[in-house]
Design a protein around this ligand. Structure first.
Ligand code: NAP
Ligand code: MG
Length: 402
């Protein structure tokens, strides 16, 4: 069988620790034997980020803008302990944060569902994709602890010198105050990313806030989504038989529990933080969550939702066997390859991505899996494989399909 040819390179962002080990295995066992893999390689491993003063992260994001599709391995976000461990020149910023800022994107996360690992919400037959607005609100707040009686006001000074002033509270004793903000431009980008991704994946989209209580702040989110929808997306949604649906956040939560899944749930920053943890935990494992960053102009960066699995890596370094789940990282590659295939009109690449995903799921369904899944599966008598043998088992299923 001849290998599948590619036209445009994928932007490949290598990473750290255990996921860097899996990355290499996935390429060698599951990709390179079948595809004439064309990538533009960026080493986002912490050592190389440090050597380049983190320029490599910026370069990789710029390359993603240029080519349109990237695939990223998990990377270490340095903290004080990492600065010491890797003798870093600085506590470099989170690569995901840097890339997200350059692409102005929204992150979409969805569980990978497989027979034998059923979500605890029984009626969720299809995955629920969570879209979290990643700017502002309580994550960029200013807070004051009020010491005692006094008056709190909200003041905006216009650049022309005029002022807008609102009373927050006449305090009769100690208390607390919080100032939060968001920007129209950020909300507009969020809305566009959501509508684009809904069209791309042919799913309905839900958006919910608490606009009945927050009559200016949350209401602005609702209005911007509605405006962008009416002006730019309504026709496309209708011709694709898709729906955009706004409701109150408490109504959305109640309804989500009763649905069959298979839609995108767009959330404000805090709601997205909380609800994505709820959805992923209900679906079993972070190692079974995909994540894709989508820019408002339609640039895609695929990755796994989990981190570098540090604990497993240290075991690996000591020569111990690991059973690290590579499914989300495999799906990051298949997502990126399928998108590249769509953009370049290479149908073999798209169908290879479909088959590799099927082979991965059927391997698990046949009872071969990593330890994290063996602990939560409803299947009896499963075989627990180590990191390497799990990938080899997927290759056997893939070869049988091809
Ligand atoms: P983590 O890598 O997600 O792992 C936390 C725990 O979850 C693991 O110890 C393991 O549990 C389980 N787990 C996660 N992925 C797994 C997989 N593929 N297979 C099996 N088990 C898996 O989070 P962390 O250990 O808190 O963070 C490690 C590093 O990752 C940090 O430096 C952090 O900055 C970075 N990080 C990067 C990203 C990203 O690049 N997107 C995201 C999050 C964190 P057991 O130990 O119980 O087996
Ligand atoms: Mg969280």
């Amino acid at each position: 069988m001849s290998k599948i040819e590619m036209k445009t390179p994928l932007v490949e962002m290598d990473g750290d620790e255990m996921t860097r080990i899996l990355w290499k295995m996935i390429k060698e066992e599951l990709l390179e034997p079948y595809i004439e893999l064309k990538t533009e390689y960026y080493d986002l491993g912490l050592e190389h980020r440090n050597e380049t003063d983190d320029q490599v992260t910026i370069d990789s994001a710029e390359a993603t803008k240029k080519y349109g599709v990237a695939v990223k391995c998990a990377t270490i976000t340095p903290n004080a302990a990492r600065v010491e461990e890797y003798s870093l020149k600085e506590m470099w910023k989170s690569p995901n944060g840097t890339i997200r800022a350059i692409l102005d994107g929204t992150v979409f996360r969805a569980p990978i569902q497989v027979k034998g690992i059923e979500p605890c919400v029984k009626n969720w037959e299809k995955p629920i994709t969570l879209a979290r607005h990643a700017y502002g609100d309580v994550y960029k707040n200013t807070e004051i602890r009020v010491p005692g009686p006094g008056k709190a006001e909200l003041v905006f000074k216009n650049s022309d010198g005029t002022e807008i002033r609102e009373l927050i509270q006449e305090f009769d004793g100690p208390g607390i105050i919080q100032g939060i903000h968001n920007k129209d431009n950020s909300i507009i980008s969020f809305a566009r990313s959501c509508f684009n991704y809904a069209l791309d994946t042919k799913q309905d989209i839900w958006f919910a806030t608490k606009d009945t209580i927050s009559k200016v702040y949350d209401h602005r989110f609702k209005d911007i989504f509605q405006e962008i929808y009416e002006n730019e997306y309504k026709e496309k949604f209708e011709s694709n038989g898709l729906e955009y649906f706004y409701t109150l956040i408490d109504d959305a939560v109640a309804r989500v529990m009763k649905t069959k899944g298979g839609f995108i749930w767009a959330c404000k920053n805090y709601d997205g933080d909380v609800m994505s943890d709820m959805v992923s935990s209900a679906c079993g494992s972070l190692a079974m969550m995909t994540s894709v960053l989508v820019s408002p102009t339609g640039v895609y960066e695929y990755e796994a939702a989990h981190g570098t699995v540090q604990r497993h890596y240290y075991k690996h370094l000591q020569g111990e066997e690991t059973s690290t789940n590579s499914v989300a990282t495999i799906f990051a590659w298949t997502g990126a390859l399928r998108k590249r295939g769509e953009l370049d009109g290479i149908s073999e690449l798209c169908s290879f991505a479909d088959k590799l995903e099927k082979a991965t799921l059927s391997t698990i369904e046949s009872g071969k899996m990593t330890k994290d899944l063996a602990l939560i599966t409803s299947m009896k008598d499963v075989t627990v494989l180590n990191s390497q043998n799990f990938i080899k088992a997927i290759r056997e299923s893939l070869d049988a399909m091809l």
